[in-house]
Ligand binder design. Structure first.
Ligand SMILES: [Zn+2]
Length: 271
């Protein structure tokens, strides 16, 4: 809701008393609509409500920022974990390949050993047995060589794809880091706006007549969220939309005193 200062043509009238000697009323703009005959106290209390609502909205914006920062940070952590997982896969491949290599070298040494033994044996069947062992071991070496080639190819592929995906992960990390920095600036901005909103609330409070301020604060204590002051239309509360009693309606229409909805307790005014 927006209340606007009275137009210049009304100012002269406001200074004096109305012909009937009662409280002078003047048209105000509330929520973009010209409203006639609004009690000045209501105008002040609506202005206070507007400032408080603004302050609350800024405060809820501020509360959301750390959650957003935490979300961005967890995305950064995920990206870093993905980079690390890729690196580990490459490392495991290398470890596996080195194991194969080691096994191959040990089998090659075994072949050399068999060949040396072969030169020393005298019997033909012993010689044949060693020949068989040499062939069997060489077969194993051949299999390991193939395995090593596959692992080497996999290593090349992994290294290449890791390079591409790491670039993408790093780019995403940079974006989220930028986002976190931006939210830090936003947080400082919102804090400054809250400071000025607090000052505006205090200034608006000082304008509200004491009885209206007391009634307003009572509603405010019970209800953490706006609206606290609502229009009464066609005998219905603009907050809870329930029908108010005839007594309440009469008070709102005729009284200058603050009147509460008999269902929800919000302050009512005649729009
Ligand atoms: Zn109500």
């Amino acid at each position: 809701m927006t209340s606007v200062k009275p137009q210049p043509e009304h100012i002269a009238c406001q200074m004096g008393k109305s012909p009937e000697g009662g409280i002078f009323r003047f048209p105000v703009r509330v929520g973009g609509v010209m409203v006639k005959d609004v009690n000045p106290a209501v105008e002040k209390v609506l202005a206070l409500q507007e400032q408080e609502a603004r302050k609350l909205s800024l405060e809820s914006q501020l509360r959301l920022i750390p959650q957003e920062v935490a979300k961005a940070q967890s995305r950064i952590d995920e990206e870093k974990a993905a980079i690390e997982a890729d690196r580990q896969r490459l490392k495991q491949n290398e470890v596996h390949r080195l194991d194969v290599d080691k096994e191959m070298k040990s089998l090659e040494a075994q072949v050399v050993k068999y060949k040396t033994q072969q030169m020393e044996v005298k019997k033909n069947d012993e010689y044949q047995a060693l020949t068989h062992e040499i062939e069997r071991t060489e077969g194993q070496i051949g299999e390991l060589e193939e395995k090593e080639i596959v692992l080497l190819m996999e290593q090349d592929e992994l290294a290449e794809s890791n390079q591409t995906t790491e670039t993408e992960h790093q780019e995403t990390i940079r974006l989220f880091e930028k986002e976190i920095a931006r939210m830090g600036e936003q947080e400082a901005g919102v804090k400054a706006q809250i400071d000025s909103a607090i000052a505006a609330v205090e200034a608006a409070q000082a304008e509200v007549p004491a009885d209206w301020l007391k009634a307003y604060q009572r509603v405010h204590q019970r209800r953490p969220k706006p609206q606290w002051v609502v229009p009464m239309e066609d005998q219905h509360c603009g907050g809870c939309h329930l029908k108010v009693s005839g007594e309440v309606e009469g008070q709102v229409l005729t009284d200058e005193k603050p009147t509460h909805c008999d269902s929800c307790g919000r302050l009512l005014y005649k729009p």
